[in-house]
Design a protein. Structure first.
Length: 248
């Protein structure tokens, strides 16, 4: 049977997320009964924006994305949780479709996610449009505790929503991208054993070739080149940091 907004919690992880948070919250406010913000020390206008939407703010010490996701789920008062990232904006038809066709035979729902890089919609490469789970019955889904690239284990079926989309404003400037790859590389290096120099170079090279050449990232023009050079750099830094930190 269809689901009603009074059964849904919105749960979002934030850190200095003020640039897009208002759009994110405005997109979900009419589809959830409460908004939970799990924040790890924002210094910008993130918390002021959250208060404008009557969000319940949970302040935490940052221990990684998996840890924060688990806190968000535990703080949500409803079993159904809508959990966009703080730079992901739902379109109305995506959420209307969810409310209309959801039933309890499903454990989660995925939506088409479209990445925007410096304001431009990407069509190819590692950031081409894909479906991402952003809604679930938290009683049937659990997050692991990985510091980055956390995984959701789903005990049941996933409903694929093909109407509408999530607009992911992933990077607004090259400086933003540098900051993002720095954070992800540091976090990712903590889960790696000491790699060889060949592994460092080969992984970075393969990251670029896989996205830019084999997944047709070059068809996104100059922005496609920037995306894949930066992703290759993130891979290089992740493995090189692991190699240094595990030095004899």
């Amino acid at each position: 049977m269809p689901i009603h907004k009074t059964q849904i919690s919105g749960a979002i992880i934030t850190f200095n997320s003020g640039r897009h948070l208002s759009k994110v919250l405005n997109a979900i406010k009419n589809y959830v009964d409460e908004i939970v913000i799990v924040d790890s020390g924002s210094q910008d206008n993130t918390l002021n924006i959250a208060r404008q939407f009557n969000a319940r703010i949970i302040n935490i010490q940052w221990q990684g994305y998996g840890h924060a996701r688990n806190i968000a789920f535990s703080e949500a008062k409803h079993k159904y949780v809508l959990f966009p990232d703080a730079d992901e904006v739902f379109t109305d038809n995506a959420l209307n479709t969810l409310l209309e066709i959801w039933d309890d035979s499903y454990a989660s729902a995925s939506f088409k996610l479209v990445n925007y890089y410096r304001g431009r919609r990407l069509r190819f490469g590692v950031w081409k449009p894909i479906h991402k789970v952003r809604f679930c019955n938290k009683e049937l889904c659990t997050w692991d505790n990985r510091p980055v690239h956390e995984q959701l284990t789903i005990n049941g079926k996933t409903l694929q929503i093909n109407q509408g989309e999530i607009r992911h404003y992933t990077v607004d400037s090259i400086y933003d991208h540098l900051e993002k790859i720095r954070r992800y590389a540091i976090a990712g290096s903590q889960t790696k054993n000491k790699p060889s120099k060949l592994k460092v170079i080969g992984s970075a090279t393969w990251t670029f070739l896989k996205g830019y050449v084999f997944n047709l990232g070059f068809l996104d023009g100059y922005d496609g080149l920037c995306v894949h050079l930066m992703q290759s750099m993130e891979t290089f830094l992740k493995y090189e940091l692991a190699r240094e930190s595990n030095a004899d």
